[in-house]
Design a protein around this ligand. Structure first.
Ligand code: 2P0
Length: 328
């Protein structure tokens, strides 16, 4: 049976920040991460993505924040591929995606973008009930994207055979954590995550140790979350973050995602914690610093990070829910 009408899906997803991070893929396994990860959904930042499938055919196109984008077209097609295979026919895809936060600078725009695209694409093709397929579609676009399908605290686990699953382990209202983002630089970073993690896997002498340390971090962090043990989660998250960056710095040529303000922000957070405030930092593959804190110290953390020279903007808010469809 052939379809003649243009069909459309529209979805919103939040970016996420990993406390136990994914940095490195399994060789020859497509986009499959080499390790599990644990993340928080950033409810105060969002990506909205609309996809239209036109049975008349033509070329796939991607518009990102109002500008045509050919650099990320392949990633978009990879994300839609599992859905297209299942739908058997789909036509050409026109994707329009908008972030309400700086793109490509370490705020996980590929995670929210690919999660929103997978859900919007599945909706357009009538496949949204198949959560497993939506997850695989998100994963094909980005290894951190399945996490953005879920809300609150999210665990992505992978077994040694590469079988993976992703689910929320704590809803946002079950632990009212706050997240503060100190933006120290806008505009795209020098080395994107995908190339950076592959360079790290191939060349860093620390990669093996990084990989081996992940399982224990993930289990310990999972326990700390279940027990709402902020101090233990802080210790594990900061350690995991710095170990990821140390591993990347060991690559050849070395990868350094920090700028001066990134480091100063980390010191500022440590000083607040030494003064008894419930706050810790994490930094992804970019120069922005994310501080995770309890509600009573939110204003103080925002104020302290806003005063660090080089910080251009401070964004903050609550953990968010999972990806959702808009309208229809
Ligand atoms: C994470 N990052 O766990 C880690 C920490 C950045 C630093 O996952 O190649 O954009 O699309 O799977 O998901 C960023 O990498 O990479 C990332 P691909 P992705 O959040």
């Amino acid at each position: 049976m052939s379809r003649e009408d243009v069909i459309q899906g529209d979805a919103i997803a939040h970016p996420n920040v990993a406390l136990v991070k994914y940095w490195g893929k399994r060789p020859a396994r497509g986009n499959l991460p080499a390790m599990g990860s644990l993340s928080l959904s950033l409810g105060f930042l969002a990506t909205r993505t609309t996809v239209r499938f036109d049975p008349a055919g033509g070329q796939d196109t991607l518009t990102l924040n109002g500008s045509r984008n050919s650099r990320d077209l392949k990633r978009m097609q990879d994300c839609l591929a599992p859905l297209r295979r299942r739908a058997a026919e789909s036509g050409s895809a026109t994707v329009d995606s908008r972030n309400d936060f700086p793109t490509g600078a370490g705020l996980a725009s590929s995670a929210s973008g690919m999660a929103a695209l997978a859900l919007a694409g599945a909706s357009a093709l009538g496949l949204v009930e198949d959560l497993d397929l939506v997850g695989r579609s998100a994963m094909a676009g980005s290894g951190s994207a399945p996490r953005s399908l879920h809300g609150g605290v999210v665990l992505l686990s992978i077994d040694p055979e590469g079988k993976w699953s992703c689910a929320s382990v704590l809803a946002p209202e079950e632990w009212p954590l706050k997240v503060v983002v100190a933006v120290t630089q806008t505009g795209p970073k020098q080395t994107d995550s995908r190339s950076g993690m592959e360079l790290t896997r191939r060349t860093s002498p620390f990669y093996k140790a990084w990989l081996e340390s992940q399982k224990a971090d993930l289990e310990d962090a999972g326990r700390a979350v279940a027990q709402r043990d902020f101090g233990r989660l802080a210790e594990l998250s900061e350690g995991n973050c710095l170990r990821m960056h140390a591993t990347a710095m060991g690559a050849s040529p070395p990868l350094m995602y920090f700028n001066g303000a990134t480091i100063e922000c980390m010191h500022r957070v440590k000083a607040l914690a030494r003064d008894g405030r419930s706050v810790f930092f994490t930094v992804d593959a970019g120069p922005q610093v994310k501080a995770i804190c309890l509600p009573d110290v939110l204003d103080e953390v925002c104020d302290a990070l806003g005063r660090v020279p080089g910080v251009q903007q401070v964004l903050s808010g609550d953990l968010g829910g999972g990806a959702r469809l808009v309208g229809g």
